[in-house]
Design a protein around this ligand. Structure first.
Ligand code: HAM
Length: 431
């Protein structure tokens, strides 16, 4: 006998009754719908890009020194023509690719797009970190103005707050312009090289490829070296242009009344960032506390062979937000319960019940008791489903051309002809 097949560890089925809270579909839907309302309300348009792309788009997007590439976290596939594809490890590169491919540069700028969907990273999975997870993503393209950075942060914070989250921390930094980073990297290499032997294996690779990433290494030993060496933060290496840009983002956020801390240690794991970079953390969810992150990526379009297109955006980790909602005990709006539970009492009533249900839907939320059952069993079912009414259809009802309707709260029971039933449900919400 074949053993029962299961999903890949680190991937999850999302459905209402899922055991673990972050995978309950109503929680998921609540996060996505809330984000969608906030983002549409700010004029952003929904876009869906394919979940796989030519590997080049994805690799050039995240950058050759990012963990995603260095640690081989990308799922790579080959199609039948031998073309190498990848499952998206983040959606920003795909959205910039779509912007260029569809000539959005000639639209009024900025073009503001958002999406949500699955993201794939072959990471070691644990609570809050999965191989397939989901993000809400927002991108504002075509204008290099700190106002857009401030707006993106404000929208992101508003999504969390509208969801009901309180213990948020916005950590804002700047990774400077490429030339600032060249200077900073020189400084870091000189500083760390004499200690290379003591660095973790990953950080020894980073020392040459992207030394800034040593600063957010997960290794304790690396962190100890960083502390010992009293490493100067990137912020001290900003040139005039990136410094004044950063100051303006800070000033706008203050004017908007958004609480944030300037965190010089914000590095971000993707190579495309320039200038503004931020993360939103949650105090209660421990090590995997980043609920989302974002930043500016003015050079990304050119890396993908497109024109110069500045951009700024963010990604929100849906599962992480769900964990935070559970921690804070935020009540999720309950799914509506049926107005009517319609139960056939015998075989012949099955199709009649379905026909009646179809006539009443979609105005009325009708659930069907598919298999004939006794009125007592039907009542139990209706109560379990939280229905307002239970309707019985059996031999007697058929003979009299009625259905028996019972209001579950008052216990009141009447016989109604189909027309009366329609008019009961056609008026204002029948209580
Ligand atoms: P990111 O920081 O790599 O940024 O991911 C955004 C968020 O996705 C994280 O803060 C976290 O909440 C969630 N996340 C990341 N990896 C996992 C995982 N393995 N399991 C569960 N959740 C995870 C980006 O992806 C950028 N594209 C954001 C962006 C958009 N920057 C500019 N525009």
């Amino acid at each position: 006998m074949t053993a029962m097949l299961k999903a890949v560890p680190g991937t999850n089925d999302i459905f209402a009754q899922a055991k673990e809270y972050p995978f309950r579909e109503p929680v998921f839907r609540y996060i996505i719908q809330t984000a969608e309302e906030v983002l549409r309300g700010a004029g952003a348009q929904m876009i869906h890009t394919p979940i796989f792309e030519y590997l080049e788009v994805l690799q050039k997007g995240v950058g050759l020194t990012s963990d995603i590439v260095v640690k081989k976290e990308m799922y790579i596939l080959e199609d039948r023509g031998g073309r190498v594809l990848g499952l998206r490890p983040e959606p920003t590169a795909s959205i910039v690719r779509a912007y260029n491919q569809h000539g959005m540069k000639v639209w009024p700028q900025p073009v503001r797009l958002f999406t949500w969907g699955p993201i794939f990273r072959a990471e070691r999975h644990q609570k809050g970190r999965y191989k397939q997870f989901h993000q809400v993503d927002y991108e504002a393209l075509g204008l290099s103005d700190p106002l857009l950075d401030a707006e993106a942060i404000a929208l992101m914070v508003r999504i969390y707050k509208t969801l009901g989250l309180k213990n948020l921390e916005v950590k804002l930094g700047s990774v400077g312009d490429p030339e600032d980073r060249t200077r900073y990297n020189l400084y870091l290499r000189e500083l760390f090289r004499p200690h290379a032997e003591r660095l973790s294996e990953d950080s020894r690779v980073r020392l040459e490829a992207n030394p800034m990433r040593i600063l957010d290494s997960k290794s304790e030993q690396d962190q100890q070296i960083v502390a010992e060496l009293q490493v100067k933060p990137m912020l001290e290496f900003l040139g005039d242009a990136s410094r004044s840009f950063h100051e303006r983002v800070c000033q706008y956020l203050t004017q908007l009344g958004i609480a944030f801390t300037v965190d010089p240690s914000i590095v971000r794991g993707l190579d495309y960032y320039v200038r503004t970079a931020w993360e939103v953390h949650h105090a209660q969810i421990g090590a995997k506390s980043a609920l989302g992150g974002g930043g500016r990526y003015d050079g990304l379009s050119e890396m993908l062979g497109g024109p110069q297109v500045p951009g700024v955006g963010f990604g929100i980790g849906i599962e992480r937000v769900a964990i935070a909602l559970e921690q804070e005990g935020v009540a999720i709006p309950p799914d509506p319960s049926p107005t009517l539970y319609l139960a056939p009492l015998d075989e012949a009533a099955k199709i009649e019940a379905l026909a009646l249900a179809e006539q009443l839907r979609p105005k009325v939320y009708v659930e069907l008791g598919y298999t004939p059952k006794s009125p007592r069993k039907a009542l139990e079912e209706a109560l379990k489903k939280g229905a307002r009414y239970v309707g019985f259809l059996g031999e007697g009802e058929r003979a009299r051309g009625v259905i028996t309707l019972k209001h579950l709260e008052s216990g009141e029971q009447t016989e109604l002809e189909p027309l009366q039933l329609h008019s009961l449900f056609e008026g204002p919400d029948p209580k």
